[in-house]
Design a protein around this ligand. Sequence first.
Ligand SMILES: Nc1ncnc2c1ncn2[C@@H]1O[C@H](COP(=O)(O)OP(=O)(O)OP(=O)(O)O)[C@@H](O)[C@H]1O
Length: 257
Amino acid sequence: MADIILETQGLTKHYGGVHALNDANFKLEKGEHVAIMGDNGAGKSTFVRQITGVEQRTSGKVIFDGQEVNFAGPLDAREAGIETVFQTLALADALDVPDNLFLGREKTKWDWLGPFKFLDYKAMRADTLAALEKTGVKIPNIRNTIQNMSGGQRQCVAIARTASFHSKLTIMDEPTAALGVQETSQVENIIRTLKDQGEPLILVSHNMRQVMDLVDRIVVFRRGRIVANLRKEETDGQDIVAYITGAKTGAEFEGAA
Ligand SMILES: Nc1ncnc2c1ncn2[C@@H]1O[C@H](COP(=O)(O)OP(=O)(O)OP(=O)(O)O)[C@@H](O)[C@H]1O
């Protein structure tokens, strides 16, 4: 049996009468890159929020790295090894790039005079430059605070943060939706690097070209349900769009992976 990093069983989220996510059965293998596609309001972000502990699910199970998990919040998920880049970037505006990259996992060093630990800014700056270099992201001055950066630069910082720590799973929710051509290609290079390093990825995207370029498998959501689970080589853009719009139904579909 393939090594599974993430599995959801019957994952369901209702907001009052709104059935945003229904009975989602999903599996992701270690090293695999999967795209989640679907129309606006199909339930993609809701699915991500239930996995990453941003919200508490109505019912169903999440199994991560062999263990059933109930994350109390996104930091809990991050500690367990899930890095997420949300549509609304979780960056601290008043901090510079190294502080953002190391937020919650600051490097410290011992003071040679006594039993005190200090933040090791020098090491964090060096690691930041190395991380940006590795990912090809160009930020003119890493000491600038995030609030002084363009939307594209912010997104690149968020994604460089994700890519520079070896997480067990990376989730990106529409990472390039607000980016220009050059920044988009930087983000796509980061995704390729993750693939080369054997790190699994869930990519929520509306961009068909990007999905067909980057992932191994496409899972389509429609009206809160998973309606298709397609290996890239067995499908094409037209087929995927047919599932997204409902022209082709997933009535025969039994569950993902
Ligand atoms: N906090 C909430 N309260 C009530 N309804 C919600 C809430 N969050 C999402 N919904 C509803 O749940 C459904 C699924 O929304 P979701 O954001 O998951 O869609 P999506 O597929 O990510 O869409 P998009 O591509 O536009 O981001 C929508 O009908 C949305 O209006």
